[in-house]
Every structure is written in structure tokens, then in C-alpha cells.
Design a protein around this ligand. Structure first.
Ligand SMILES: Nc1ncnc2c1ncn2[C@@H]1O[C@H](COP(=O)(O)OP(=O)(O)OP(=O)(O)O)[C@@H](O)[C@H]1O
Length: 267
């Protein structure tokens, strides 16, 4: 059974002028456990909206969204809150998504308090410390605040906050776009290792084709709210069938072609 299954999902917003903007227009998809689905497309194509719909962070207008066999559009708010810890998201801007007034310990501990998973303070502290270690941050970080961390460290905290409740499924919404190239590579490598160690399923929203090529097992190309091409990453990116995918790839071509070895080193 796929861990994620969407059928004909739609979402229309209103523009500030009151006009309808269809951000997601009849999307169907299926992701198996342990896989990484990349969603690529130009700015405004609907990628982030789709990522949020999958986790019901925003409400779809129509369609079916099944996560781990449950129709999440049918869950009550209380039922959804209980399952939240299994279905998490990492945002693009780590600093904006971390409360600047809280310490790193408080930030990573918060989902445990909300989920009521770990009873005692001591149990929570040991879970927070172990999760921070998993993302490469020592105990020294516990009492620091986000402003005292580098961008890469802030994103590690964002990832720890998402992992602390032991999720099964994580939406990564451009998690490395705001970071320097070298930091980006180390975060992506860490995410790949965490996926293997924990058996995680990822949905990876990105506009960067080269990152998707190395990080994702399958890919969906999105244009104006629709999937124009889907398949294994190798098939779609080595031999794109649709004119839109070809144009997207041509626009993203690096000026100097990488050798395969150099490509591997970028991730
Ligand atoms: N809350 C909202 N209210 C009104 N319109 C919205 C809202 N959220 C998204 N949109 C519109 O929906 C469309 C898709 O936006 P979305 O952010 O999903 O695209 P995207 O592919 O993720 O773009 P980007 O790569 O720039 O983040 C855009 O036209 C956007 O302006």
C-alpha cells in the first residue's frame, strides 16, 4: 500500500483582487514507503501548495488524500492533531520558521509536549538531546537561541524539530534553497542518511533540477497546478517527453557541464 495517495486534488485561492487562482488543479499521485518524490516546477506552479495539502496544513477544495491508508480529509481536528507527529514538514527559511525567543531545547521539545508522547521532563530532554545529536548538534546548542546559529545550524534545528516525534513522512519544502552550496550539500547528505536510518518517506519540493536528480527516486513536473510529467527520476530527467520539462531543463542547464564525479560531490 502506498504511504501517500492523492486522487484529483484541487485547491483554488482568491487573489487580493478577488479573482480565483487555481494553485493545484486535479493532481493525483502515489508514493511508496521509503521513497523520495521530487516535485519540480517554476515559481508559482503550485509546488508548496501541494506539499501543504498533502499534510492538510491547508484544506483542499476537492479530491482524496490518503496517508498511511487514512483519508485525512475525513479526520476530525482532534484525530488529525494526534497523527500530526507522524507527518511533518521542514520549511525553506529556517530562521523564519523558528521562534527567536525560544532556546533550541524549547523549540525541539515543543512537538513532544504537543503530542504528549514523552511524559517526564527528563525523558523529553534525553529525546531532544539524542535528536539534536542525530542532526549533528551537540548538547552545547541546547540553551542557545536561533539568532546565534548559522543558517545551516538553524536548518538542522528545523530538521530535529521535525524528527523528534519519529515521523514516517516528511515534506521538505525547498529545505536547502536559502543555504550556501557547501552547506546545502551537507544537509542533503544528512537528510539522505536519516532517510535510510529511519525508513522515512520524503516529498521534496524544489525548483533545482540537479538537486532533485541526485536526491529523488521519482519526480513530478508541475506546471500551472497540474502534473505534466511523472516517473522515475532517471527516466524523466534523462529523457523528458514533454516540451515543458525540456524547456525547464534547458533553462536550468549549468553553463559548464559537470562530470559525473563532480555531480556526486555536489550532494
Ligand atoms: N494563501 C494564498 N492566497 C492566495 N494565493 C495563493 C496563496 N498561496 C499560494 N497562492 C497562489 O497559488 C499559486 C501557487 O503558489 P505556490 O506557492 O504553491 O507555488 P510554488 O510553485 O511553490 O512557487 P514558489 O517556488 O515560488 O514557492 C501562485 O499563483 C500563488 O500566488
Amino acid at each position: 500500500m502506498p504511504i501517500i495517495e492523492l486522487k484529483d486534488v484541487r485547491k483554488t485561492f482568491r487573489s487580493p483582487q478577488g479573482l480565483p487562482v487555481t494553485a493545484v488543479d486535479g493532481v493525483s499521485l502515489s508514493v511508496e514507503r521509503g521513497e523520495t518524490l521530487g516535485i519540480i516546477g517554476e515559481s508559482g506552479s503550485g509546488k508548496s501548495t501541494l506539499g501543504r495539502l498533502i499534510l492538510r496544513l491547508i484544506e483542499a477544495d476537492s479530491g482524496t488524500i490518503m496517508l498511511e491508508g487514512e483519508d485525512i480529509r475525513q479526520l476530525s481536528k482532534a484525530q488529525l492533531r494526534k497523527r500530526r507527529r507522524r507527518w511533518q514538514i521542514v520549511f525553506q527559511e529556517p530562521f523564519a520558521s523558528l521562534n527567536p525567543r525560544l532556546t533550541i531545547r524549547q523549540i525541539v521539545e515543543e512537538p513532544l509536549i504537543v503530542a504528549k508522547t514523552y511524559g517526564s521532563r527528563a525523558e523529553r530532554l534525553s529525546k531532544v538531546t539524542a535528536t539534536l545529536e542525530e542532526v549533528g548538534l551537540s548538547r552545547e546548542f541546547l540553551n542557545r537561541r536561533p539568532a546565534n546559529l548559522s543558517g545551516g545550524q538553524q536548518q538542522r534545528v528545523g530538521i530535529a524539530r521535525c524528527l523528534v516525534t519519529d515521523p514516517t513522512l516528511v515534506v521538505l519544502d525547498e529545505p536547502t534553497s536559502s543555504l550556501d552550496l557547501t552547506i546545502r550539500a551537507s544537509i542533503l547528505r544528512m537528510l539522505a542518511e536519516l532517510q535510510l536510518a529511519r525508513g522515512l518517506t520524503y516529498v521534496f519540493v524544489s525548483h533545482d533540477i540537479e538537486t532533485v536528480r541526485h536526491f529523488c527516486s521519482s519526480v513530478a513536473v508541475m506546471h500551472r497546478g497540474k502534473f505534466v510529467e511523472t516517473g522515475s527520476t532517471d527516466d524523466v530527467l534523462s529523457n523528458p517527453q514533454q516540451a515543458y520539462t525540456q524547456a525547464l531543463m534547458a533553462a536550468a542547464m549549468p553553463p559548464i557541464p559537470y562530470t559525473p564525479g563532480e555531480r556526486a560531490a555536489t550532494v
